[in-house]
Design a protein around this ligand. Structure first.
Ligand SMILES: Cc1ncc(COP(=O)(O)O)c(C=O)c1O
Length: 377
């Protein structure tokens, strides 16, 4: 459901009217990012399945699908339910689910939308099969392999046996989930390329085991905003899962861009207002209840010489960079912040104020709910 307006942002009003702190999408920038990634995937003849854990919005997921994405990924059953409720029709839970209560929800959801899930254990496959049997539903199953991240996923050598178990249960084996999270923020492209090269070697080993088990592997899926161009060039990945490209947070902008990847613009901002001033600093009304700080602090947008310091839950401190004599913002001024990490920042807000025509003079074109906010189970 698209909210028409909220108390903080009314459709048709100027951007200046948005009450602070607020999560704001620069729609022109977001649409350019969306088109660039869709074009990249099309040019490389790859499926695009953007990660929606980033935006948590059915409206945005449907815009991505309208631009050519085959569907979206999520990490949580609750995220999948929220997006399905918003009429998103093809969802991959790119994560393991082991609790029986959650698997019952997965099986129920598979009865009303096209669904896929990742597995990395015999117990997980058994329980999934049981839940689907009880519900009389079916979904696609991806075997996740650990390609070097050291998080979920079986060793490549174990992929063939797990795929065999999936097939033996009468489930649809859809391919390999092969995502390397830590590679995404290695700062230099050469480092990221080397990490993906290793990941690809792990995928090839898993593929050999699956072939040896007499099973066809329809698809290898993975990749994020930091590395997708390398997976795309690998010849083994058929689907890209990048998510953050759409909003581009500060942490991703701190990567040195790869020459073989399109460039993306910041499209997600926290609008804040100066609420207190001194000669040494200004205080804005956005602290870490407004933006996540797990990946570092926000960047002050388009005000050279100023930087943001943590002022606590509800406050941000804006001061001059060492050596800068730039004027501090005045009491009541707007300060735009680029969040350090978009996914958990979005999870702090109920709505996006969606602005067309730029952050200085734009108009609020829409207010979109963060449908999957807080859907942790
Ligand atoms: C399994 C999986 N795929 C894809 C992504 C997308 O990464 P990003 O939003 O950094 O592009 C993530 C992000 O954490 C992920 O966990």
């Amino acid at each position: 459901m698209t909210a028409r307006s909220t108390a903080e942002a009314r459709v048709g009003d100027p951007v200046g009217s948005i009450d602070t702190p607020a999560l704001v999408i620069d729609l022109d920038a977001m649409q350019r990012n969306l088109a660039r990634m869709a074009e990249f995937a099309g040019k490389h003849r790859l499926r695009l399945r953007p990660h929606a854990k980033m935006h948590k919005s059915a409206t945005i997921a449907k815009l991505q699908i309208a631009a050519g994405a085959v569907g979206v990924c999520v990490q949580k059953v609750g995220e999948a339910e929220a997006l399905a409720d918003g009429a998103v029709s093809d969802i991959f839970i790119s994560n393991e689910v082991i609790a029986e209560a959650k698997l019952a929800r997965v099986a129920a959801l598979a009865g009303r939308t096209k669904l896929a899930i990742a597995v990395d254990s015999p117990l997980g496959v058994d329980r999934l099969a049981q839940a689907l049997k009880a519900a009389g539903s079916m979904l696609d199953v991806f075997v996740e392999i650990d390609v070097g991240h050291g998080r979920c996923g079986v060793a490549p050598a174990a992929a063939g046996a797990l795929a065999h178990q999936v097939v033996a249960h009468g489930l649809r084996f859809a391919g390999l989930q092969a995502y390397h999270g830590r590679a995404q923020h290695q700062r230099e492209p050469a480092e990221r390329e080397a990490t993906v090269r290793h990941a690809v070697s792990q995928v090839r080993a898993a593929l050999a085991g699956i072939t040896a088990a007499g099973i066809a592997c329809p698809l290898v899926t993975g990749a994020g905003t930091g590395t997708f161009a390398f997976e795309a060039a690998s010849g083994v990945y058929g689907e890209l899962q990048a998510g953050s490209y759409l909003f581009m947070d500060r942490d991703y902008a701190d990567n040195t861009a790869a020459s073989n990847a399109p460039t993306f613009e910041h499209a997600l901002f926290v609008k804040s207002q100066v609420m207190s001033c001194s000669t040494s600093h200004a205080v804005v009304d956005a602290g870490h209840k407004s933006h996540a700080i797990d990946s570092g602090l926000p960047r002050v947008w388009q005000r050279d010489g100023l930087e943001f310091a943590n002022g606590g839950d509800e406050h941000g401190i804006v001061h001059r960079r060492a050596g800068s004599a730039v004027a501090l913002p005045a009491l009541g001024d707007t300060v735009w912040l680029v969040p350090g990490h978009c996914d958990p920042t979005v999870n702090l807000h109920d709505h996006f104020a969606v602005v067309r025509g730029g952050l200085d003079n734009g108009i609020i074109e829409a207010v979109w709910p963060v449908d999957a906010r807080g859907k942790l189970t």
